[in-house]
Design a protein around this ligand. Structure first.
Ligand SMILES: O=c1ccn([C@H]2C[C@H](O)[C@@H](COP(=O)(O)OP(=O)(O)OP(=O)(O)O)O2)c(=O)[nH]1
Ligand SMILES: [Mg+2]
Length: 150
């Protein structure tokens, strides 16, 4: 099934490709950096930066956008999405931005049009909160954080 994703291009995304699936079966739409052509970003080791995509969107009802790292960029240079997976809410109409962090040992340059992350559109399950004094029993109980062994 294919849903429509309405995207508004902001002026600084002029001439850049819209998010696109890199292959027929790709799960994520690649997002590109909408930084000025004459002012690439340089990410020093340990530095983080909010990178503009130049795009605003209206996600399909009942869906979110997950901003995820690209494994190639991460393995090559150590650059990943700091708040991974970032959450784009269905009702967000501002510019989608990508919070990159350089976990590598060398500075990395991010130029206009570089594919920096990918957006996975996923259904959201909504719940109704019911406060209660007792929870249903379970086999696991309160065991967690390694309780089943290494
Ligand atoms: O990687 C991200 C994460 C978030 N957002 C935008 C869309 C999202 O709908 C909004 C809020 O994100 P989130 O709820 O993660 O941030 P918050 O710190 O809780 O801010 P808010 O108080 O605005 O919800 O910021 C992005 O553009 N990129
Ligand atoms: Mg929030």
């Amino acid at each position: 099934m294919t849903l429509a994703l309405r995207i508004r291009r902001l002026p600084h995304a002029d001439g850049l490709p819209l998010p696109a699936y890199a292959s027929e079966g790709a799960a994520g739409l690649d997002l590109v950096a909408a930084v000025p052509a004459d002012a690439p970003l340089t990410l020093a080791p340990g530095e983080r930066v909010l990178v503009p995509t130049g795009l605003a969107m209206a996600l399909p009802a009942g869906h979110e956008g997950q901003v995820r790292p690209r494994s190639g960029l991460a393995s090559r240079s150590g650059v990943t999405v700091l708040n991974s997976p970032g959450t784009v809410d269905e009702d967000y109409r501002g510019e989608v931005k990508v919070l990159l962090v350089n976990l590598g040992r060398e500075a990395v340059e991010i130029a206009r049009g570089d594919r920096i992350a990918q957006l996975v559109v996923a259904p959201v399950t909504k719940v109704t909160i019911i406060e209660t004094g007792t929870l249903p029993e379970s086999l696991r109980g309160e065991g967690g954080f390694g309780s089943t062994g290494r």
